[in-house]
Design a protein around this ligand. Structure first.
Ligand code: AMP
Length: 429
């Protein structure tokens, strides 16, 4: 019986895997430009990390986690997001004591959420993100948004839509939640079941509800602007003015509250529409947070970060034809002409690899037509053709499979000849 992949998971193979690696590589190098170092946290954490960190009023923790008991009866969870685990790691490793502040960390890897699979929404997906911990300056919030926008630009996106909002400090949220409770309390009978729960746990979540009737009610809800503390307001406008200075366009969206509990002050999301108009949802989002490190027993430390969904980025890049240049083929296909050349071709292929060029050869004598078909299927840039004649003279034919140019090369000069040929064409790293 055939076994299917687990619902909401995917196998990523060949060219698609090369594209995924390319995207991770570009994003990582942008993070490094901004002084971030990589962290590779475990995929599995004690459930408390997310219950305490990500927050028990979030949909993610309430409904979407892959949580189970290990063989010793401890509750563990496959991470649904990285921020809580990174904060836990900063405390476990006492990075706040051993690293110069701010601590700047980037990460990428799989995350798991038990959601209804649909376009741009999977049960196993990949995130890339950054966290900057230990500086409370509004400049750090602005720099993080700049980094996010720069990352998308480096990937080739032109038409990005940045949405920003502030959810204020704790004092702001206390007053605002009370106002929302009163407002939504008067309408709750007309609202969805989830909103009943949200009203009880965190009425700000209702602003994020996707049910059309609820959105209409939410549109007339009190706005946070009227509840912002003077400090939060000043901080928000400082960050926005920095974005203006750098020519970053944004839209203020008061319905943007983000789904995770740890945020405070500025929050943001990045959206983009592909040529087909397909809506993949937000490409990424993030914001400022204050209490997370303390939650895990560390010192008081402000943080700011964002995470993007790599599958959504990849789908959109595909639509926008931004992934056409990602190389996935091999450098050389070594072609033995006739049985007598098989052994020498095998040897030559290995020699080519030791020079740093990816190469393959068939282990059987094939007709020229099949050899060229195979070379094309492997995405080879060059063919190195070797028959009895060539072997006796110590040469081979090097054929550029794109331009069809062919020349005889001396095997004694293999390294210099390949360096020259690939110097013009570039080769798969
Ligand atoms: P969040 O941690 O919810 O802010 O998510 C950050 C980003 O991860 C989103 O903007 C999406 O691009 C991506 N993402 C979140 N959930 C999923 C999912 N179920 N499937 C695919 N991508 C997701």
């Amino acid at each position: 019986m055939e076994i299917a992949p687990v619902k909401g998971t995917h196998d990523v193979v060949g060219q698609e895997a090369a594209e995924a690696r390319y995207i991770e590589m570009v994003l990582s190098s942008v993070a490094e430009l901004y002084g971030y170092r990589e962290i590779i946290p475990p995929t599995l954490e004690y459930t408390d990390v997310f219950a305490r960190g990500t927050g028990s009023s979030s949909d993610v923790v309430r409904k979407e986690m892959y949580t189970f008991l290990d063989k010793n009866g401890r509750s563990v969870t496959l991470r649904p997001e990285f921020t809580a685990g990174v904060a836990r790691a900063v405390v476990s490793g006492k990075l706040y004591a051993t690293s110069e502040a701010p601590i700047k960390l980037y990460y990428h890897g799989p995350a798991f959420r038990y959601e209804r699979p649909q376009l741009g929404r999977y049960r196993q997906f990949s995130q890339f993100g950054v966290e900057c911990l230990g500086s409370d300056a509004a400049e750090v919030d602005a720099e993080t948004i700049l980094l996010a926008m720069q990352a998308f630009q480096m990937l080739g996106f032109k038409d990005l839509h940045l949405k920003v909002n502030t959810i204020g400090d704790a004092k702001t949220r206390e007053g605002y939640r009370a106002a929302l409770k009163a407002y939504f309390g008067a309408h709750i009978d007309e609202m969805c079941d989830d909103c009943h729960e949200r009203l009880r746990l965190n009425p700000m979540r209702i602003l994020d509800c996707k049910v059309e009737a609820d959105r209409k009610i939410a549109a007339n809800a009190p706005k946070i602007e009227g509840y912002l503390s003077a400090e939060s307001e000043k901080r928000y406008y400082r960050t926005l003015s920095l974005l203006n200075d750098f020519g970053i366009g944004y839209e203020k969206d008061e319905a943007l509250v983000r789904g995770l509990d740890y945020y405070s002050e500025i929050v943001f999301e990045i959206h983009a529409k592909g040529p087909s108009g397909a809506d993949y949802g937000a490409l990424g989002g993030g914001g400022h947070y204050d209490g997370l490190i303390e939650q895990f027993g560390g010192p008081k430390m402000a943080g700011v970060g964002f995470a993007v969904g790599l599958e959504r980025i990849q789908s959109l890049m595909k639509e926008e034809k931004l992934l056409e240049e990602v190389p996935s083929g091999i450098d050389l296909y070594v072609m033995p002409v006739g049985e007598g050349a098989l052994e020498e071709a095998f040897r030559l292929t290995e020699a080519v690899r030791l020079l740093g060029y990816s190469a393959e050869t068939p282990f059987a004598a094939l007709k020229m037509g099949s050899l060229f078909k195979k070379a094309e299927k492997r995405g080879a840039k060059f063919a190195l053709i070797l028959g009895d004649d060539e072997i006796s003279k110590g040469v081979a034919q090097l054929k550029n499979l794109k331009t069809k140019e062919q020349k005889e090369i001396k095997l004694d000069d293999l390294e210099a000849t390949l360096d020259e040929a690939f110097g013009e064409e570039g080769h798969a790293e």
